[in-house]
Design a protein around this ligand. Structure first.
Ligand code: LLP
Length: 437
């Protein structure tokens, strides 16, 4: 898998994504701006596909990682399906041209309205996570004379060895049906009106950097499959989720070939169709966040590099203490590095991209690239501190396109409404008296 640094190359003293110099994008659009490489997206997808060569596999891109229309469209054109967890994501996948029959709907909190819409669309499968959800889904299907295709998501109680906030396969997590009850629930599902039981789903967490937890989880799914078959229940599809960690430049991660081997050695000879839901592995290292240094501030004990990007643009460091490599856009060409804190302008000490990180000398006005920001970057952005959502750009060779403009202040501020009992704001023109000339 390509690493944190592979997205940029220095040419003529400046960092380029494909053949576009990053200052060109900053000049045209300002900063902070997310920059995605179409070639890197395609390469990541092709690598994933190639690793699974020979398996009966469907790749359903996890839209949550990066829901930009142009990104989802890129994968749709390559034949990808989609893993969605909300009505909005389903609409986005369809809008991008992903056929409904390649969409799986996951998540613990699907509402009846979401189920109705997904049944309407005719999606491939619902990954069901509880008895109550199964009941509601059956009711929704029966009410429209339809049948819902279902995989039961099991919770295998396996520690994914990743950050606790993105661990999903431990008994104490809210996800899936505990594996000891799964066969009873599967039996119930298999006999339920409105439900077509197809198989099992599992996803134990995100940014896994070791193969062993995957292997343990898949082994449990394989055991359960055999047990269900012994009880006369047909299992034809296994959804193995996502979770493959990328190289952020901090520690090594899983090689796709090892992941594929773990898959084929555990569930490979069960004759099931396999569904994969990679998110980060397809987009993480295909994107960066371009930001400009506002100023450099020397504190009592540290030097702070203050950027115009903040935790509202990229929350991963604040939320998960995540590591993102930071590269100067001007070629540092061997300049001596000193440790600095890179922080945004938001009024929280957690608004920090890096602590005591060695960087070559930077000054106000310089551009920096925050690497590996293609996954869960813009997707988790907010307008906290009333900062407009950043722009997004896709590069293709020597050209680039704005795939989402920066949110303008009018749009951001104009969305709120004063109650009609409020006196007009100071300085606002008083409303014309009714009947006045
Ligand atoms: N399938 C299911 C059921 C999931 O819950 C997820 C991610 C995926 C697939 C895709 O996982 P991936 O291949 O991207 O690891 N915001 C966090 C990550 C949250 C992941 C949530 N579920 C972060 O920035 O690290």
């Amino acid at each position: 898998m390509s690493g944190a640094f592979d997205l940029i190359r220095y040419r003529g003293g400046e960092a380029h994504v494909e053949d576009v110099a990053l200052p060109r994008i900053a000049d045209a659009l300002g900063t902070p701006t997310y920059v995605y490489s179409r070639a890197a997206l395609i390469q990541a997808y092709r690598r994933f596909e190639r690793a699974l060569d020979g398996m009966q596999a469907a790749i359903c891109y996890a839209v949550k990682a990066n829901g930009n229309l142009a990104v989802v469209r890129t994968f749709a054109e390559l034949g990808a399906g989609a893993d969605v967890v909300s009505l909005g994501e389903m609409k986005r996948a369809l809008q991008a041209g992903v056929p409904a029959r390649r969409i799986v709907f996951a998540g613990v909190g699907k509402t009846r309205a979401e189920m109705d819409a997904a049944l309407d669309a005719g999606i491939l499968q619902f990954n069901v996570e509880s008895d109550d959800e199964l009941k509601t889904l059956a009711q929704a299907a029966v009410a429209r004379g339809d049948t819902a295709a279902v995989a039961l998501r099991v919770n295998p109680d396996v520690d994914a060895k990743t950050h606790k906030k993105i661990t999903t396969g431990k008994a104490e997590n809210k996800f899936g049906i505990e594996i000891s009850r799964a066969s009873a629930v599967a039996k119930k599902a298999a006999g339920m009106r409105g439900i077509a039981f197809h198989g099992l789903a599992v996803h134990i967490g995100s940014q896994l950097t070791e193969i062993a937890p995957f292997r343990r989880a898949f082994e449990r799914v394989a055991e359960l499959t055999l047990k269900l078959r012994a009880e006369g229940i047909k299992v034809t599809r296994l959804d193995l989720g996502g979770g493959i960690g990328i190289d952020y430049g901090e520690r090594p991660t899983i090689a796709l070939a090892d992941y594929a081997r773990a898959v084929s050695e555990t569930v490979g000879n069960l004759g099931c169709q396999l569904v994969f839901e990679p998110g980060r592995a397809l987009v993480g290292n295909a994107g960066l966040l371009l930001t400009r240094v506002v100023r450099v501030k020397d504190g009592a004990t540290r030097r702070f590099v203050i950027t115009d990007a903040a935790m509202n643009d990229l929350v991963r460091p604040a939320m998960y203490d995540a590591f993102h490599a930071i590269r100067p856009v001007s070629d540092p060409a061997g300049a001596k590095e000193t440790a600095v804190d890179v922080a945004g302008p938001i009024c929280e000490s957690g608004d920090q991209f890096a602590a005591q990180r060695p960087l070559p000398p930077v000054k106000g006005g310089d551009l920096l690239a925050i690497m590996s920001a293609g996954a869960y970057g813009f997707a988790m952005a907010s307008t906290y501190n009333l900062r407009p959502l950043p722009a997004e750009v896709m590069v293709d060779g020597a050209r680039f396109a704005v795939v989402r403009p920066r949110q303008d202040y009018g749009e951001m501020l104009g969305a709120d409404i004063l109650p009609d009992w409020t006196a007009p704001a100071l300085g606002a023109k008083p409303p014309k008296a009714r009947g006045a000339a």
